[in-house]
Design a protein. Structure first.
Length: 582
């Protein structure tokens, strides 16, 4: 887009109104942002509360099994001191437990020496090097552990263990194994419309089970939030990124106080007030309101203001170019103020047309009268020149005839100016080049015979002057040319010559140059001698023009140079008038 078009849109009424509306709507936008943000936060809080409930619901099945397992280990640990000596009876208790609780794969009693004393399977197995055994030796307390490759079932299991004490001393522990079942965690107690990704962990922050499988489970945990730090006796939720960089909402629910916890998560974009409806950003509503307001305002302003103003501007430009205007029928859809402006404009246009017509009539009458005045002045001056010519013919001495011819030439110069004013189509203006060409050309041709073989050169720029400047310029040029013709000489081996030029040296300054060659005089000595009147007249005319006179004399050329200011016309008229006169 060009800079001019860009500025047009920037300076336009529509953009300015849009800017003002934006400022006016800014406080409302802030209020809308605040309200929407509060609504969004409240909705997030409700949704997170729902997530806590859904996490508890999803973990209910796992919670029941873990509670059953811990309850059974506590009960079995309490009876172990009394029955552990009867190995068949002890093993039968564990076998009955496994048969009645199909979710568990193993149950048994491991003594303080690490040997399986009795159990549902593999009695006599040595657990001395196992993690659970070592943990019980260091801290005999209920615990839960995830074993990826259990020694008996050869599968991933959750081991729930409770210590056995005899006479207050640690005497081993009871353990039950709950196989890790991804399918069970996905299907049991899960909401169909918004499934929760569930992970269980113990108080040490060790993962026990995961609905999405144990493979890659670390990437689905919250980043920079260790599981051990999430173990709490209260339920809570938070928003954060997973280790894989996904934005999710997390909810932590204790399954067994101080033992096992569940953490559920949802993708952030699925957190919504209602299923299937994503929570909108707080900026959408105020931005939509702002855009809608700007659109309505622009349409209203364009329809009611900008379009009528552009039409009125187009009518004004057409009227300025053609002086024609069409009065349209009233558009009642326009506001009253714009209808009044349109009516005032058309009244003004009719007034201008009427006044211009009267002005043209007045100017025409003035022009006719002015031309008549110039015509009569020219006729009177020609009459005077004719009378002087008669006196020339009757003069008895050459000096008298020469003096009268000079007077006749000066009168004819003034008459030529008035004739130019009469003949031109632009009254009050004189084309200096045409005036000079007419005056100087006749003067040279009338003053020099063919035998003299004089070479004359004229060069004029198209300069327009007021009559107040044209008359003294004409007289100055005539007097300077007369002197040049009087004192012109023939250079050795060359023709005598006279050069007259009128040039524009600056936009408001012109230069007149009249030069003649020096050498053998063409006129007899009695005609060459002068009284100094011509020089005085040249100085006077130069002063009347407001110019600067410079006389330049060289070995072969004598020049009179006058620089004078050109009186300024109204801006923009001179060039057009020159073109018209051409």
């Amino acid at each position: 887009m060009k800079l001019k078009n860009w500025r047009r849109y920037v300076d336009g009424l529509g953009l300015r109104i849009a800017a003002l509306l934006s400022i006016a709507l800014f406080p409302i936008g802030l209020i809308a942002v605040s309200i929407t943000h509060q609504f969004s936060e409240a909705a997030d809080e409700r949704a997170q509360s729902n997530l806590l409930a859904l996490t508890s619901q999803a973990a209910a099945g796992e919670e029941a099994l873990i509670r059953t397992g811990f309850g059974s280990t506590d009960a079995l640990a309490a009876v172990m001191p009394s029955i552990q000596s009867d190995t068949p009876a002890c093993s039968r208790i564990f076998e009955d437990f496994i048969s009645e609780n199909e979710a568990f794969s193993f149950a048994g009693y491991i003594g303080a020496d690490g040997i399986l004393k009795c159990g549902s399977d593999s009695v006599g197995y040595n657990f001395k090097g196992r993690e659970v055994f070592q943990g019980m030796l260091q801290n005999p307390a209920p615990r839960s552990d995830l074993i990826f490759n259990a020694p008996i079932s050869k599968n991933s299991v959750i081991v729930l263990a409770a210590p056995v004490f005899r006479d207050g001393a640690y005497d081993g522990y009871v353990a039950v194994s709950l196989p890790h079942n991804e399918t069970r965690m996905k299907l049991e107690n899960q909401p169909v419309d918004r499934p929760v990704e569930l992970i269980t962990f113990n108080k040490e922050g060790e993962i026990l089970s995961a609905a999405g499988g144990l493979q890659g489970v670390v990437g689905r945990l919250p980043s920079k939030r260790p599981l051990v730090g999430l173990a709490s006796q209260y339920r809570f939720s938070f928003t954060g990124q997973t280790n894989d960089g996904e934005e999710r909402v997390f909810a932590v629910v204790p399954i067994l106080q101080d033992q096992v916890y569940a953490i559920g998560s949802w993708p952030r974009e699925r957190l919504s007030v209602a299923p299937g409806l994503a929570m909108a950003t707080p900026m959408i509503f105020p931005i939509a309101m702002w855009l809608t307001s700007l659109g309505v305002a622009y349409f209203a302003v364009h329809r009611l203001v900008i379009k009528p103003i552009r039409r009125l501007s187009r009518d004004m430009r057409n009227f300025a170019a053609t002086r024609r205007h069409d009065r349209r029928r009233r558009d009642l859809g326009l506001p009253r103020e714009l209808r009044e402006i349109d009516r005032a404009w058309h009244d003004l246009a009719e007034t201008v047309i009427h006044d211009e017509a009267e002005l043209e009539d007045t100017i025409h009458d003035k022009s006719v009268l002015l031309k008549e005045v110039h015509h009569r002045v020219k006729n009177n001056l020609q009459l005077i020149a004719s009378i002087v010519n008669m006196k020339v013919r009757k003069a008895k001495t050459p000096e008298a005839r020469f003096a009268l011819k000079e007077v006749q030439g000066r009168v004819m110069s003034i008459a030529t100016v008035h004739r130019s004013l009469y003949e031109t189509t632009t009254e009050g203006r004189v084309r200096a080049d045409e005036l000079m060409r007419s005056t100087i050309g006749k003067l040279v041709s009338a003053s020099v015979t063919n035998e003299a073989n004089l070479k004359s050169t004229e060069d004029y720029d198209p300069i327009v002057l007021y009559p107040d400047q044209a008359v003294p310029l004409s007289l100055l040029a005539t007097e300077a040319t007369t002197n040049a013709l009087k004192y012109v000489g023939r250079p050795e081996g060359a023709h005598p010559k006279i050069e007259v030029s009128l040039k524009t040296v600056e936009p408001d300054t012109a230069r007149l140059i009249v030069s003649n060659s020096k050498g053998t005089p063409l006129l007899p000595p009695e005609q060459v001698s002068g009284t100094g009147l011509g020089t005085n007249l040249i100085k006077a005319f130069a002063q009347q023009l407001g110019g600067r006179l410079v006389v330049e004399e060289g070995a072969t050329v004598f020049s009179v140079v006058v620089d004078f200011p050109i009186a300024s016309f109204d801006e923009g008229q001179t060039d057009s008038e020159i073109t018209e006169m051409d």
